[in-house]
Write a protein that binds this ligand. Structure first.
Ligand code: OGA
Ligand code: CA
Ligand code: FE2
Length: 494
């Protein structure tokens, strides 16, 4: 029913393929005499087939056009929901279904190094350079003025910054308990190559972070040694050896050893600055500029998280992570949770775009690293190889595919999700993995503006409707809970 089937048939009917239609009968090559009867009848036959072929092609085009039009119509009737490919059953219309009337603009990268001139403030033109296509990542020098950088840092200091450490209560242990998995079952789950041994990277891929502590291959060896788990000292755990590594033993070991800040996932302090009505003019200006930059509907930017201001001291870092979580049907977004009148087991931040501002130029280190930017393929397993963990920004930033040097006033921004191809948010972009390299000299100040969009269009629409129904005096951001209360692990780590 597709071109694949129709085209060869049609081609078969033409004597020598459509591209080389002989307008003159190729009598030289055929065993026919150069009589006019022969050439005329041959020409007529060819022309008939040629017309049949053309008519076939036109009919096919009509068919394709008509059927895709129908599909579109039924899609919008079924009310699109991001990229959740649920089998669209005829659900009873219990909740209001919203017809999709917005299409999110996605800025084109063209190619790495491509420069676009953008108008963000009156009387000034900014240059926006494409840094990578996977993720779609741009850099805009001079996005903030020196004064604006200073004001943002001062406001953050006035408000007070708090430790950013994520005490990642993974929930993984609880899940394992709930599932009542035996050590064998866990062992088999971790044994990616199914060779009956656990290599260091197989353990780390699964749990690089234990209670907020970042584990390196050496840490694991130390833990094995402490627990006398790897008796033959070959870095491999057999099932018998793995049994000795119970969760309790693991935890006791970490507690005894004590934790330094450098061993955390993130070593920084941060605060949040509201940007709604009544906020400092600089903060409102930045929000308006971000709206222009991203070309998204202003409401979406208005309803997003406040500005996050982050300060790293010398020695500070942030290991590579995703700002947003993956999209599963059972996952709810933190920002639309109130409107999703169901309780879902998983909740994640849905940050379509990250705009990262450098508020100062760092004396040494502190680059933002994108370990797998523009890699040909993404493979989570190969992020750790031969003891090199690409997510470890204290050690391996030099092996990242892309590093952005922090320069005062520069903004970078990227998409944490792909498009669903229909103008809405699609799958998480796994290439958007990034982190902050260790600051070797001085301090580093950055700010994050995240633009929250629920990949489930219906949930986003319901949320916006709910918010717009609030009394006038409620500032829209007044409705957003303090993000720190909303979700302690505001960042997703692998
Ligand atoms: C973040 C982040 C990178 C940096 O705050 O989420 O990824 O360079 N920061 O500080
Ligand atoms: Ca193995
Ligand atoms: Fe981040």
């Amino acid at each position: 029913m597709t071109d694949n089937q129709e085209t060869p048939d049609a081609e078969d009917t033409t004597p020598s393929g459509s591209a080389t239609l002989p307008l003159r009968p190729p009598c030289d090559r055929l065993p026919c005499h150069k009589s006019s009867v022969c050439s005329r009848s041959y020409f007529v036959v060819v022309m008939v087939f040629f017309h049949v072929y053309i008519i076939n092609v036109i009919a096919l085009l009509f068919y394709v056009h008509y059927s895709s039009g129908q599909e579109d119509a039924s899609r919008s009737r079924d009310a699109p929901s991001g990229n959740h490919q649920r089998p669209e059953s005829r659900r009873p219309p219990s909740k209001p279904e919203f017809l999709r009337d917005v299409s999110l603009t996605r800025i084109e990268g063209i190619r790495v190094g491509h420069v676009q001139r953008v108008s963000l403030v009156p009387g000034k033109v900014h240059e926006m350079r494409t840094l990578s296509l996977k993720p779609l990542l741009f850099e805009i020098p001079g996005f903030l003025s020196e004064d604006e950088c200073r004001v943002v840092m001062q406001l953050a200091q006035l408000k007070g910054l708090m430790e950013s450490q994520l005490m990642v209560q993974d929930g993984q242990e609880e899940l394992a308990k709930e599932l009542n998995l035996s050590p064998e079952e866990i062992f088999n789950l971790l044994d990616i190559n199914q060779d009956g041994q656990l290599q260091l990277h197989e353990i780390l891929t699964h749990s690089r972070v234990r209670d907020g502590i970042w584990l390196t291959p050496e840490n694991l060896r130390e833990i094995y040694a402490g627990l006398k788990a790897d008796k033959d000292g070959n870095d491999l755990l057999s099932l018998e050896e793995f049994r000795l590594l119970s969760n309790d033993a693991f935890q006791r070991f970490l507690l005894q050893r004590g934790v330094k800040r450098s061993q955390l996932v993130r070593n920084s302090r941060h605060t949040w600055l509201y940007q709604g009505k009544g906020a400092h003019q600089v903060l409102q200006d930045i929000k308006a500029r971000v709206t222009r930059l991203t070309r998204l509907p202003p409401t979406l930017v208005d309803l997003s998280e406040p500005l996050q201001v982050v300060r790293y001291e010398e020695g500070g870092h942030y290991h590579a992570h995703h700002d947003s979580g993956p999209v599963y049907p059972e996952t709810a977004c933190t920002h639309t949770r109130l409107a999703a009148n169901t309780s879902t087991p998983f909740e994640t931040s849905c940050r379509y775009i990250t705009v990262l501002f450098y508020l100062n130029s760092v004396e040494g280190g502190g680059e933002t690293a994108f370990p797998v930017a523009d890699n040909r393929t993404y493979d989570e397993v190969s992020l750790i190889q031969n003891d090199v963990d690409l997510l470890d920004t204290r050690r391996n930033c030099d092996k990242s595919n892309l590093r952005v040097k922090p320069t005062k006033g520069t903004a970078v921004f990227w998409y944490n999700y792909l498009s669903d191809g229909r103008g809405w948010v699609g799958e998480q972009d796994e290439y958007a993995l990034h982190g902050g390299c260790v600051v070797t000299h001085g301090t580093k100040w950055v700010a994050n503006k995240w633009i929250n969009i629920d990949p489930d269009y219906q949930r986003q629409a319901r949320y916006q409707q709910l918010v717009s129904q609030q009394p006038e005096e409620e500032d829209d951001e007044g409705l957003t809970l303090n993000p720190d209360i909303q979700s302690p692990d505001i960042h997703q780590d692998l």
